[in-house]
Design a protein. Structure first.
Length: 116
């Protein structure tokens, strides 16, 4: 059974940093592009960052470009999201999934709350 478990969220003041981790189990994800997504209250889930299996191509949403960094460790089956210069508008539940996402792979996510 495939499982993606996100961790590393929390409450941080504006300007602070967090590092999210996504641990995958049940299969090897090293051949898949992986993405970090987020969903704020009352809004649709959106793609924040995406990394190809070899990390040769990386995408960032304009809203996080220059502040967030996605990376992966295929040996550990883990994807990371380093978030710096956090803003209140970054408050959301953050999820990882393949990119494009597969419905059955959504985990519980990790809450990120940025206070002003």
């Amino acid at each position: 059974q495939v499982q993606l478990v996100e961790s590393g969220g929390g409450l941080v003041q504006a300007g602070g940093s967090l590092r999210l981790s996504c641990a995958a189990s049940g299969r090897t994800f090293s051949s898949y592009a992986m993405g970090w997504f987020r969903q704020a209250p009352g809004k649709e889930r959106e793609l924040v960052a995406r990394v190809t299996w070899s990390a040769s191509s990386i995408y960032y949403a304009d809203s996080v470009k220059g502040r967030f960094t996605i990376s992966r460790d295929n040996a550990k089956n883990t994807v990371y999201l380093q978030m710096n210069s956090l803003r209140p508008e970054d408050t959301a539940v953050y999820y990882c999934n393949t990119s494009p996402p597969r419905e059955g792979y959504w985990g519980r996510g990790t809450q990120v709350t940025v206070s002003s």
